[in-house]
Design a protein around this ligand. Structure first.
Ligand SMILES: CC(=O)N[C@@H](CCC[C@H](N)C(=O)O)C(=O)O
Length: 384
């Protein structure tokens, strides 16, 4: 039997209890494999990836071959200490599925179990992808060599849960859904010293503060106001105690922009400003800008028009046309290579993604499974 709500909620709860960081998802992978192997195997081929050892690929053999419909879920958690008080809260200290990838995995298993029993018209490739949050898992999977000719999807779908949409609602838009991101890592080194002798030292609290202030001018002064961008510096550490001048500082952050051109423009401004601060404060700044695979998620026009028409016409679906979001997703890399559609699934939580309090409404799981088995059947039927 295909997995239904009474199966998927316990699966979701189990996954919620075992969050693991990107590229460390071994327990998650073993659990996912145990569920996938318990499905009817007549049409399934399971493949693991030696160069990305927590990934799982599953091919569903269609009635005919030559066109492959891809479906991707991410599987990693975050370094967040859960504060939900749920009876099935994370058992892994300091780790939480605070971005809802446990919901994503549960839905993927539900859809896969349906097609394991109902042979699709054409081949389908399910991708259980590690490391969405921090290590460009989508790019790694694409470059792993595992997507050989007969495993390479011709079109691809994925969703992200959204606490701001009603439970089970499907949100989407033509064009860019998510921003492209780029991590900023700046290590400043100067000369530490006694608090009483600032003229003999080179203070990295002061240089770091200047860098933060100046980077925060980029969006205000270098981004066309008709467009948009974000520079957030979420981490700044320096020094040890009040009467020692700090010789080192570490600043980490992220750039967000809805086009690759704007992302690169902001990256260039970060480089220039950093060079200027190093010169002005006579220090060394080791700057690393890491975009990895976090390109903007640009939905394909033809596929997304079809997706939106299907969802709007489906009486069971609460479809909402959404605005672009400044969240990032390494699905941006995959959709850059393979045409497809990414969408939102509403999970209606007062707390945001990445919050230690985020509790998604699990009624969304079955709604998404039903909407997507219907839609992917429709995509299959186009290949008749
Ligand atoms: C959905 C979501 O929250 N995604 C992450 C992606 C992180 C990208 C990268 N590590 C960065 O920080 O720039 C997000 O923070 O939007």
């Amino acid at each position: 039997m295909a997995l239904r709500e009474t199966d998927l909620i316990p699966i979701y709860r189990h996954l919620h209890q075992i969050p693991e960081l990107g590229l460390e998802e071994h327990e998650t992978q073993a659990y996912l494999l145990s569920i996938i192997r318990a499905m009817p195997q007549d049409y399934l081929t399971i493949k693991t990836v030696p160069t990305l050892d927590t990934a799982i690929l599953v091919k569903v053999s269609g009635q005919k071959h030559g066109y492959r419909i891809g479906y991707r879920t991410d599987i990693d958690g975050l370094p967040v200490t859960e504060q939900t008080g749920l009876p099935f809260a994370s058992k892994h200290p300091g780790r939480m599925h605070a971005c809802g990838h446990d919901i994503h995995m549960s839905v993927a298993l539900g859809i896969l179990s349906y097609f394991a029993e109902h042979q699709p018209v054409t081949d389908m490739i399910f991708m259980f992808q590690p490391a969405e949050e921090n290590a460009s898992g989508g790019k790694r999977l694409y470059e792993s060599g595992a997507l050989t000719a007969d495993w390479m999807p011709d079109e691809i779908f994925a969703f992200h849960d959204n606490p701001n949409l009603p439970t089970g609602a499907i949100g989407c838009r033509m064009g860019t859904l998510f921003a492209g991101t780029c991590e900023i890592h700046a290590h400043l080194s100067g000369k530490s010293g006694h608090a009483a002798y600032p003229h003999q030292a080179n203070d990295m609290v002061v240089a770091g503060s200047a860098l933060v202030q100046q980077l925060q001018t980029i969006v205000a002064r270098n981004v066309d106001p008709i467009q948009s961008g974000v520079v957030t510096l979420g981490h700044f550490t320096a020094g040890t105690i009040g009467n020692v001048i700090a010789g080192e500082a570490q600043i980490d952050g992220t750039i967000r922009a809805l086009t690759q051109e704007m992302n690169e423009h902001i990256q260039q401004r970060v480089r220039t400003i950093t060079e200027g601060v190093a010169l002005a404060y006579d220090c060394h700044v080791d700057l690393k800008l890491n975009q990895g695979g976090y390109y903007p998620v640009e939905n394909n026009d033809a596929i997304t028009a079809d997706f939106m028409q299907y969802m709007q016409a489906n009486q069971q679906v609460n479809f909402i046309e959404t605005e672009p979001a400044m969240t990032g997703e390494d699905f941006g890399y995959l959709i850059h290579q393979i045409p497809g559609t990414m969408f939102w699934l509403g999970v209606d939580s007062p707390y945001s993604l990445h919050s230690e309090h985020m509790v998604p409404h699990t009624a969304a799981i079955m709604r998404a499974v039903d909407a997507m088995t219907g839609y992917l059947t429709h995509r299959n039927d186009l290949q008749q």
